[in-house]
Design a protein around this ligand. Structure first.
Ligand code: KG4
Ligand code: ZN
Length: 388
């Protein structure tokens, strides 16, 4: 079969991204323009600023992806764009541009769910590496700044079927990293700097008990007999909750009287034009580093523990761990260790494909292209889009 080149476009949050993927299995260009610097002074993404930055970046980012892929607007076979979930205004920039381009070029356009994209980041790279160890059904943990979801995923009639068996009841895991960083006077996004600083602290210094969640609809015995092959019937839920740990960190800061040193850190760092990780380290005392390390450990324990519990009850063949938080080293090491002990192979995307990118969108679009599942021209952004 001839090679199919899909141009992917992603603008759901604070990264404007374009990529070209060949036949769902090889990344030929992957361009990501990050808006971190724009949002950093606010400690989180400001939706209106995000839309404005996407507007500025979208044309050059797409052009650069085509140049790097040695493709032209005319030579690509199809376009794919993130429909949701995400920030409505941000999604609309990518969707409007992709629609206009598809219309002008008379190429098919495919709408992709961002969460499905994260799952396909892993599958794409496994194919790219010639690795065929991924078996289905797989249990996918999509863990990012906006999501903490567990899906059973398997190929079905030439495309894919997904069944959600757990999600966060409040904050996403990445959001907890970002909010704790903000509380401590550290920059946005919080995950990378927290994981860098955590290596210098004692992860057992502060005990954060795991969130207790009631599961009224939990029916473990039905799950095993209904699976595999019939995703969706009577499966138990494995939900997460991360607003409690954020409050626990806040309380610790209050009881340990850390507010003054946090204010000093904020001020000191604000005076530096471009602080490096070493500058953040120099501004943290040992108590702060211990708190950071303990927070990271508690997050990782909870994510790994719940995912493995869900794997154990759902007859899955392997685990896929993806999304921005999957870039976290401790999370990867802990999954590698515990999943091996439990008998589950575990797969992650490379770090550049863990965080938001458009290669994952182009890869997820490929089976839809083969099945001619093209978007109608009147489709629009779905900020709260679910994957089911
Ligand atoms: O997938 P992503 O780029 O965007 C969303 O779809 O949300 O994920 C961004 C999130 C942010 O919350 C960021 O703090 C987190 O991923 N993150 C990390 C790490 N790198 C990024 N969290 C923990 N450890 C990291 N190394
Ligand atoms: Zn994402």
């Amino acid at each position: 079969m001839a090679d199919i080149f899909i141009l992917g476009i992603e603008s759901s949050c604070d990264e404007t991204a374009a990529a070209v993927v060949r036949s769902g299995e090889q990344v030929v260009a992957n361009v990501v323009a990050s808006q971190f610097a724009v949002h950093r002074p606010y400690g989180g993404v400001v939706p209106e600023l995000a839309s404005r930055e996407h507007l500025k970046a979208i044309v050059p980012v797409v052009r650069q992806a085509l140049v790097e892929a040695q493709q032209s607007y005319e030579s690509i076979d199809a376009l794919a764009v993130t429909q949701g979930p995400g920030l409505a205004g941000s999604l609309l920039v990518g969707i409007s541009y992709a629609k206009a381009l598809a219309f002008a070029l008379e190429k098919p356009l495919i709408a992709v769910n961002h969460l499905e994209g994260h799952i396909h980041a892993v599958l794409l790279e496994e194919r790219q590496n010639g690795d065929d160890r991924v078996r289905f059904p797989a249990l996918a943990l999509v863990v990012s700044g906006g999501h903490t979801h567990l899906y059973l995923a398997e190929p079905s009639d030439g495309t894919w079927s997904y069944h959600n068996i757990g999600h966060t009841r409040d904050d996403a895991a990445g959001e907890a990293f970002d909010k704790v960083a903000k509380l401590l006077g550290l920059p946005y996004p919080g995950g990378p700097i927290i994981s860098w600083l955590a290596k210098r602290g004692n992860p057992r210094a502060v005990n954060f008990p795991p969130a207790q969640i009631k599961h009224p609809q939990r029916r473990p015995s039905a799950a095993k007999s209904d699976h595999p092959g019939k995703l969706g019937n009577h499966l138990p839920r494995f939900d997460f909750s991360y607003s409690g740990i954020k409050t626990a960190v806040l309380r610790y800061i209050e009881t340990q009287q850390m507010a003054e040193s946090i204010a000093e850190r904020r001020q000191r760092l604000a005076e530096l034009p471009k602080p490096r990780p070493e500058d953040y380290l120099a501004s943290c005392d040992q108590k702060t580093l211990d708190l950071i390390a303990s927070f990271e450990r508690a997050m990782v324990e909870d994510l790994v523990g719940k995912t493995l519990a869900a794997a154990g009850e759902n007859d899955v063949e392997c685990l896929l761990v993806t999304g921005g938080v999957a870039a976290n080293n401790l999370l990867r090491e802990t999954f590698d260790e515990r999943a091996a002990a439990a008998g589950f192979p575990v797969f992650f995307p490379s770090r550049p494909l863990s965080t938001d990118n458009a290669a994952m969108i182009a890869a997820a679009a490929y089976p839809k292209f083969l099945n001619q599942r093209f978007a109608a021209m009147e489709f629009s952004a779905e900020a709260g889009m679910i994957l089911e």
